[in-house]
Structures are given as structure tokens and as C-alpha cells.
Design a protein around this ligand. Sequence first.
Ligand code: ADP
Ligand code: SF4
Ligand code: MG
Length: 360
Amino acid sequence: MSVGAPAPAAREPVLEVQDLEVEFVTEDGPLRAVRGLSYHLEPGEVLGVVGESGSGKSVAAMALLGLLPKTARITGSARFEGDELVGMGRDEMNAVRGKRIAMVFQDPMTSLNPVHRVGAQIAEAIMASGTVEKKDAAQRAVSLLERVGIPEARTRARDYPHQFSGGMRQRAVIAMAMANDPDVLIADEPTTALDVTVQAQVLETLVAAQAETQAAMILITHDLGVIANMASRVLVMYAGKAVETGSITDIFDRPRMPYTLGLLGSLPSIDAEDERLTPITGSPPSLLNLPPGCPFAPRCPMTRARCLEEEPQLRPVGGPGHHAACHFAEELSAVDRPDEVFAVTAADPVMTDELEGPQP
Ligand SMILES: Nc1ncnc2c1ncn2[C@@H]1O[C@H](COP(=O)(O)OP(=O)(O)O)[C@@H](O)[C@H]1O
Ligand code: SF4
Ligand SMILES: [Mg+2]
């Protein structure tokens, strides 16, 4: 592109993760928490990362920011605005973490210091940029607290974290995350620890913060319901891998991976007449010694011989950006209800027979 020419429509991703691997050295041997994860994040978009507990969501996020213990071996690449995060030195990382990439964790006390006043901590975060005077920072902290919905922010800024409710503490963390106008916000189960009655409000606050800062956001959750109204794209993780990626419509209306169907089946239906929940039975595999084949095979209602031998790779399954890691993804296009697939049991051989067609 020559200087002065109009910018092309395509935008550079703000974050590009490629083949990210995280292995922990444990007493029982190597534990592969993240296995070849690749994704990108467009400026200003909200990417929902979803999967059951233990699927590697947090580890994958923490690997980006150098937050894992020394027992973690990280390989692959994560390019953030042109800088490589994997292997980045401590000083350089300190200039990224909390400033250009801000985080909101499940437990607000991960980010808040119990012995300092809330307002002072937010001011501290503002001053970390090195360009704001103390008095202005204190003023800005109050205005950030106002913006995240803390009533009587000027007075409450002088409170200690324990004087805040859980919801207010998480709002304060969101205010702190906004402090340096980050380009990426990573929110890891930001409402999981909160009372259900305040979860929706705090999510709204988070989205408002994202919109205001125009940051791209990675919203990590075990609950597909949380991202339904918030994300534009979804990455489903299982056993350390991305097993399906796509737009919200791809994931909710035409999932191509039985695991995604299972997650959808675990959501309470909005349809009042249909109270059936069809959660996935069993639990995710141990990442210490993964057997060959599809890691979801022991729990999958569509498993057959090939699934036990060969692990499916993420591949295009339809529209742009829609990828799934299932040998038999195409068969799901014929099924429009998760409970139809997940109702299949050994006692119901009809469906199993139907699925037992010639292998592609
Ligand atoms: N410090 C660690 N040492 C060893 N294993 C870990 C460590 N942290 C996480 N793990 C393991 O990595 C896997 C992925 O964990 P995590 O990313 O926290 O899952 P999620 O956030 O999806 O619930 C799990 O099997 C977990 O036990
Ligand atoms: S590859 Fe086989 S076991 Fe894995 S999700 Fe697809 S059908 Fe199920
Ligand atoms: Mg987690």
C-alpha cells in the first residue's frame, strides 16, 4: 500500500495466536494443557472462548501474559500488535500487561490489594502509564468508578475492597482494566463467582467498558449462555484444543461438533414448553496421557472406529470462519436439535445404526 492511498477494508488482527502449546512438568509426567491453539482477534471484536472446566481456557490466556508458573513450557506464537508475546522479557511484558492488554479475572481479589483503598489502586493503575499526575489520576479514578456504576463514587473511592460487595469489587476491577485504554481486554469467567442476581449487570458493565475503550475482548466462560448476547465470534475448547470456531449463528444455529451440541443441550431452553436439558455425561479426559483419537470420543454419541484411532483436526465446515474438529461434522447438518443427538444411548441402537454409514 502506498502512502496516502485509502486503507483497504481488511484490518490487521490485534492478536494472532498460532500453534500455542502449553505443557506443565508435573510429578505424574507432562500435562498438555494447551495443544496447538490458533486463533486471531480483530480490533474491537468480542471473541467468546467457551468450554468445560479444565479445557485449557485460562492457561491459554495466562500463557499470553507470562502469568504461568515456571513449570509451564510454552511454545508457538502469539503476536500482539506486531510484538511476540511468547518468550517476551519481563520488562517488555510489564509494559504490555495491565496496560495494552488488561485482564479481569473470576476473583476480583486477584487484581485488588486488600490493604489499599479502591480509588487509590485505580489511580495507581492510571499513573502506571507515566503520563498522568497524581491529582488527575485520583480524579480520573472517581470518574471511572462512576462509569462502571459505583454509586457515590467519590466517597466509595475511599473504601477498602472488603467494604465493597462482590459485584462492586468486580466493577472496580473493570474500571482498573479501562484505566489505560487497553487494546485487548481478557475477561476470564468474570461473573462466575458472583451472585446470579448481579451477574447480568456486571456483564453489561463489561460490555459497556469494551465499547467505550474500543478494546477487542476475549471473554472466557464455561457457559455458552453468557456469550450468546455478547460475542460476535466463538471458539469452543476441549482438552486443550479449539474444537469449533465460528460466528454466534454458526455455533448456536448450525454447530458441527457434537461437543458444541452437548454444550447447547446443557443450556436451559428459552422455549417454556421445552424444559428438557440434555447435558453431556461423563467428564473431560485427563491431559496427562491423552489416548490417541478424538478426546471427546468416550462421551460422544456419534463415536465410531475412526474416532478412536485418529484425532480430528480443525477444518472448514461451511461458511467463512466456521471450523470444526470432528470426522463426521457434515452429518450434523441433518440434525437440528441437540437432544436428538445426545438422547442417543446404547439402549437406543436405531440412531446409532443410522449414523453407522460408510466412512468418508
Ligand atoms: N500450574 C499448573 N500445573 C499443572 N497443571 C495445571 C496448572 N494450571 C492448570 N493446569 C491444568 O491445565 C489444564 C487446563 O486448565 P485451565 O486452563 O485452568 O482450564 P479452564 O480454565 O478451561 O477451566 C487442567 O488440566 C489443569 O489441571
Ligand atoms: S470425531 Fe468422532 S468422537 Fe469426535 S466428536 Fe466427531 S464423531 Fe464424536
Ligand atoms: Mg479457567
